[in-house]
Design a protein around this ligand. Structure first.
Ligand SMILES: [Zn+2]
Length: 410
């Protein structure tokens, strides 16, 4: 968009954290229109300066995975520590309930995300794939993944036709979009292949839930267990769909052919799978959903192993069906507590630049660098911590302001 005639603004704070470079004490963020034109040390300016005082300016948060259709929930479904297949049944019940209003929930989810400092959001559009394309949010950049589900052959074919329709509509509406084949236990391998091919041909990102639960690994390996039982009860299981002896690695190898792939969860990735993801770091990222992971009492997430191997990792809130809110800052705080050995600066990068990279928008946002969008969050500092990033990850969130494309939204 043109910035000719747009006014220039300079914002100053005790700290500016560009993420791609070290924190700047007393730093300034300068933007014209929606674009950053300078980020650096204090400058002499004849322009008025907005001084945020005892605050930290960080890039706008990037939530790489959500299901906003569940944003109407006051509390997660089921109870903490329940098994994944049991939880899926609560989701199906909730979706069938008369009070379920997916369209209203998506709109509420946009508002909640904006208030929490999210400026870029990857969302799975399932029940209401058309809603974001009719009314895309103004104060948030959205990447809407059109969900595909179909393990049995006839349903799978119908899903492909639907995909083409929805993608064409998204294109017309100007909403950035991707393709979201759901998971190995709900998507027939042929449909998965078609989704990967569509991602490559259309140059769109693809999101796929993978290695999420032990029951999923058992389903892939031996075609039995609780998840298979549950699929049978629903009449959604096809014994011929997934070859026995399949591993997440088999899917990862195929995903490497997508334009860009987001591996959602990856809670149970094995060592060779982590190695594979590290080798494909330019186009494949694992999206860790910290509080959702904790909700199911899973084994510890392989996050430290992924990072040590050099694999790309982003963070997501997932939906309110497994999480009490949509705050990415709360996710980063959870990571800081769960993995105290990790550098807080690295954690902030996961929730900003690495999320943008995973969604394929790192050239536009995710860090405070001249030329990128003026997407930033002003966080008030409570305690006089010497390290501003450690401070914002150890205190409750105090968001003073949010700017998206140079416009104040909070
Ligand atoms: Zn999900």
């Amino acid at each position: 968009m043109s910035s000719i005639g747009a006014s220039t603004q300079t914002h100053r704070a005790r700290w500016v954290v560009p993420v791609e470079s070290p924190p700047i004490p007393g730093g300034c963020v300068v933007f014209r229109g929606e674009t950053l034109i300078g980020v650096g040390p204090p400058i002499d300016s004849d322009q008025a300066v907005v001084d945020w005082g005892d605050a930290v300016i960080v890039p706008g948060f990037v939530n790489a995975h959500s299901h906003l259709e569940f944003s109407g929930l006051a509390a997660p479904l089921g109870h903490a520590g329940m098994s994944f297949p049991d939880w899926i049944l609560t989701v199906l019940e909730y979706r069938r309930a008369p009070e379920f209003d997916a369209a209203a929930a998506v709109v509420a989810g946009f508002s909640e995300s904006i208030a929490a400092g999210t400026t870029t959001l990857g969302d799975i559009a399932s029940c209401v794939p058309l809603l974001p394309f009719d009314r895309p949010p103004e104060a948030l950049d959205l990447v809407s993944f059109v969900e595909l589900i179909g393990l049995a052959a006839p349903r799978g074919a119908g899903q492909l036709e639907r995909l083409n329709d929805v993608l064409a509509r998204a294109e017309r509406a100007g909403v950035r979009h991707g393709i979201g084949p759901h998971a190995p236990y709900t998507v027939r391998p042929e449909l998965f292949e078609a989704a990967v091919a569509a991602s490559a041909a259309r140059r769109k990102p693809l999101a796929f839930h993978l290695a999420e639960s032990p029951e999923e690994l058992q389903l892939l390996a031996t075609a039995d267990g609780k998840l298979v039982d549950y699929m049978r009860t629903l009449g959604a299981w096809d014994d011929t769909a997934v070859p026995r002896g399949t591993r997440p690695l088999d899917y990862l190898r195929r995903l490497a052919h997508a334009h860009r792939a987001l591996v959602i969860h990856g809670n149970y990735l094995a060592a060779d799978e982590i190695e594979f993801l590290a080798a494909q770091r330019e186009s494949m990222a694992t999206v860790y959903c910290p509080r959702t992971h904790a909700y199911f009492n899973h084994a510890p997430h392989p996050l430290p192993k992924l990072l040590a191997a050099g694999a790309a990792v982003a963070l997501g809130t997932d939906g309110r069906c497994t999480n009490p809110d949509l705050s990415l800052l709360a996710e980063m705080r959870h990571v800081a507590q769960a993995f105290p050995q990790l550098d807080p600066h690295r954690i902030l990068q996961l929730g900003t630049l690495d999320g943008a990279q995973a969604l394929g928008v790192a050239a536009e946002t995710g860090s405070l660098v001249a030329g990128k969008r003026a997407d930033f969050v002003v966080l008030q500092l409570g305690s006089p911590e010497p390290d501003p990033v450690a401070a914002v990850l150890s205190e409750p969130p105090r968001i003073a302001a949010v700017y998206h494309r140079g416009r104040r939204t909070v």
